[in-house]
Design a protein around this ligand. Structure first.
Ligand SMILES: O=C(O)CCC(=O)C(=O)O
Ligand SMILES: [Fe+2]
Length: 366
């Protein structure tokens, strides 16, 4: 059993960073949240409120597009796993998720050519909905993503500071022969009703990247975070905040000092309106092998990890391959397992490797 656990997700105020006298408090709170919780709320984030409000306003309108417009940009069209996934198309931990979603990303020009590792195909252009049907959406989303991207780099510098490392140290995770593409989604969780197969909005999982910045885009609860004792703790929406959590890549890169924390979403209750959310997943360089970057922590910092104790029960198992495979391949495997229909079409060899019995009715992975 873990020696320390948590019963709520801490709230950190970004405005504490503005003054040297309060900056140290922020860094201390951050250190605690990274090591012991793996989740935090960030209030007063440096992202324009008008853009946050605008993307929240677009979310229901995006899903209200005619089904033909959604199907026109279905994910199966895209070797980059971008675009629309209908309700029930995605699998987490072997069970179908009850959510509908669009995968978008920051701009990226794919440079893959045959002979290079297949995982370099994963990043590329996004499928956007027809501009005439949803005027302004693409520009607003790109403006929003650019701001969250900037915050994500700044935040990884703060993490270095919290662990007693120079902020520049984090640059080694972003360096390479290509820029980094970050992924984002707009997600709709319909309420439970007789048509829904289960209340698994999304099943227990770890995020795969470095940091996730989640905008809860409606007032519904449903997001839950698993503490060190294995209990599920609510992380309800708090207006004006992001929920930030650590992905498996950052956990592996910090030798477990920063925790990737298992989380899930329960469907809204019967009779409720749908829940909406907009997560941003910060990526790192695809060709990197995390085992090649050894961050050196002081004994005082390592002691904090020891004091935390072992993580008890967890319901999540995904992204364990970071200790041996390149980052890009680990991410591609994650996409293949979550979206076998897309994988079958664009990555047939990997599909056969992970789904040797063919297309799962109820997937066998995760
Ligand atoms: O919708 C949410 O609140 C969380 C979604 C999530 O955890 C994910 O898509 O990775
Ligand atoms: Fe997640």
């Amino acid at each position: 059993m873990a020696s320390s656990t948590f019963s709520s997700v801490p709230i950190l105020d970004y405005s504490l960073l503005a003054s040297p006298s309060t900056r140290a408090d922020f860094i201390a709170q951050l250190r605690h949240a990274l090591i012991n919780v793996g989740f935090l709320y960030l209030s007063h984030p440096p992202v324009a409120r008008t853009d946050i409000d605008a993307v929240i306003d677009y979310a229901p309108r995006l899903f209200a597009l005619p089904q033909t417009a959604k199907n026109a940009i279905r994910m199966a069209n895209s070797e980059h796993f971008f675009g629309y996934s209908r309700l029930g198309a995605e699998i987490t931990k072997g069970k179908t998720d009850q959510r509908e979603q669009f995968d978008f990303a920051t701009p990226y020009e794919n440079r893959w050519s045959p002979g290079e590792p297949e995982y370099l195909r994963l990043w590329g252009p996004v499928q956007w909905p027809d501009e005439d049907l949803l005027p302004g959406f693409k520009d607003t989303m790109l403006r929003y993503l650019a701001q969250v991207e900037r915050l994500s780099y700044e935040f990884s510098g703060l993490i270095a500071e919290a662990f007693g490392l120079p902020a520049e140290m984090m640059q080694s995770f972003y360096k390479g022969d290509a820029p980094i593409q970050h992924r984002a989604k707009v997600v709709k969780y319909p309420p439970l009703d007789d048509g829904l197969a289960s209340n698994q909005g999304v099943g227990p999982h770890y995020d795969g990247g470095f940091l996730t910045f989640l905008l809860q885009a409606s007032p519904h609860p449903g997001l839950q975070v698993q503490n060190l004792a294995g209990e599920w703790i609510d992380a309800p929406p708090i207006p004006g905040t992001f929920v930030i959590n650590i992905g498996k890549a950052l956990e592996t890169a910090t030798q477990g000092l920063a925790r990737a924390t298992s989380h899930r979403v329960l469907s809204p209750p019967k009779g409720s309106t749908p829940r909406y959310s907009i997560p941003f997943f910060q990526n790192i360089a695809q060709r990197l092998s995390l085992k090649d970057i050894q961050l050196q922590f002081s004994p005082e910092i390592l002691k904090l990890k020891e004091d935390r104790g072992e993580v008890g029960t967890t319901d999540s198992v995904n992204y364990s391959e970071y200790d041996r495979l390149p980052v890009g391949l680990v991410n591609l495997i994650g996409r293949v397992k979550s979206h076998p229909d897309v994988a079958e079409r664009h990555y047939p060899d990997l599909f056969k490797q992970f789904f040797p019995q063919g297309m799962p009715l109820q997937g066998s992975a995760y």
